[in-house]
Design a protein around this ligand. Sequence first.
Ligand code: HEC
Ligand code: HEC
Length: 255
Amino acid sequence: MRLRTVAWLVSLLALAACAQAGARQRAHGLRLATEMGCISCHGEKLDGHVFEENAQFAFAWSSNLSRILPGLSNAQIDQTLRTGKRMDGTPLWFMPTFVHRRLSHEDMQDLIAWLRTVPPTGQLHPPIKFGPLFKAALAQGFQNSADEAARLAARNPADLGQQYAKGRYLASITCAECHGPDLKGPRNPQPGDAPDLMVAATYSPAGFERLVRTGIKQDGSKAVLMGEEAPKRLSIMTSAEIESIRLYLGKRPAR
Ligand code: HEC
Ligand code: HEC
């Protein structure tokens, strides 16, 4: 083979490897967008929908990301997700920024790589209309996503060392949105609230995987909210990921 042909072959192989790495990155990004609820809250096409429809409290849309993200650089999307503020400094509401800020650099890059594959569609939505009871909610502690993330920044799930790091990380970026920043649930849980995930220690591996994929509890009943969200969001996780979460959660109460 002539030297030129060899050089050409080598660069072709490098290109193919690059394309494969890009496809892997986008596929992982789609998994993250699913399990982190971007798709639940912003829609399959990321074009947004009515999110809160209570004239007394607020009328809010989830943003049409398919139109907004092309106007932002990767660094700006990263910054918006980690801070809970737009580039003009206005804070976002209802966004689980306290969870998004925990994404690793690599996962953030993969997520953005997938977000960029979604074509622009639909219209931009109007800003939130605040109702008369919104002020009262603020007085009771309701916060925008940026302030909430700052308040919760120190409430992380217990660190049980390298052996449990993967399960801890996955639970921090998925389960924490509903089960609380430290996975301990609300201080005074009411029926139907997402509880302290200590309860996971009572599950068998198979029962736990069924719960995460379907929202069906070990007593056979369907969990509130999780019954709808688990099949849509969490069932995309691999069995190894679900087991790493179970192992981490099972270890927490022992400490
Ligand atoms: C619990 C629902 C919810 C989840 C989960 C969620 N979002 Fe949002 N997001 C919203 C709402 C509602 C808004 C509009 C906030 C506002 O107008 O103040 C928003 C706004 C945004 C914005 C700001 C766009 C603008 O208007 O300038 C970006 C960017 C964004 N979301 C990206 C994401 C990504 C990426 C994910 C997943 C990692 C995600 N969101 C998950 C509800 C959600
Ligand atoms: C969209 C919100 C949401 C997300 C995300 C979520 N959960 Fe839940 N989860 C709930 C709610 C609400 C309940 C209480 C349901 C009930 O009591 O019927 C619950 C209940 C549970 C229970 C208790 C079941 C029982 O036997 O009482 C476990 C265990 C659990 N979730 C695990 C997880 C794990 C692990 C993740 C992340 C991989 C996760 N959840 C993500 C909302 C959520």
